[in-house]
Design a protein around this ligand. Sequence first.
Ligand code: DGL
Length: 255
Amino acid sequence: MIGSIGVFDSGVGGLSVLAEIRRLLPDAAITYVADQAHAPYGERSLVDVRRRAEAVTALLVDAGAALVVVACNSASAAALHHLRRRFPEIAFVGMEPAVKPAAASTRTRAIGVLATEATFQGTLFASVVDRHASTVAVVARACPGLATAVEDGDDLRARQLVSAYVGPLVDRGVDTIVLGCTHYSFLATDIAAVAGDGVTIVDPAAAVARRVAMLLPAAPAGPLRFVTTGDPERFAQQLRRLTPQFAGAAKVTAS
Ligand code: DGL
């Protein structure tokens, strides 16, 4: 639909952002693309991720999107600048690890960031730390396998990985942990349990949704559509598991 909103991620992670957008814009026409044939993005090269981000954006633009939400930290790190140049007529909202609010509120002067390898490799992360967290210790923890455990609904594996990745952050004295990958929102409870009571978990999804609503307050009304480059039946099951509020209304198609 012309003037609609497009949202994409490598898979189901961006559903955590979509849920927040939907809360603010319950009737807006939105197309969500899960690029599951090429997931996980976080373990690919930045060049590869940029190529996929461009292809998926082209698909959303063809479907009428006027605003594209890159609901993936890895794709934002690899491609956001490139997408803005390549599609100058489209408004983009990307993800960047919420280092700024974390650095502003930490009392121990130490914050942890959980993200993918790709996100830490991009220049975006270094520049955010440089601009907003130069006076605090930033402990960056890449989490290979964690997004895949969320995709697979493998709770046992996810919990094992969360213990392995979050425990050392706590040992380093962080009192704030930034979720720097949209998949990890679905593990916020597990992450908080390992981190313990004194640690605040920061998820930027709601702030990103507010930005979308600000940029497109009169988004055209229309259906919520889901497209996957992977297996539509598997994606429909994932929707039922992670965001049951969308499962009934939604039809998943293949791209
Ligand atoms: N959800 C993505 C992110 O925010 C990427 C996960 C992946 O595909 O590795 O980084």
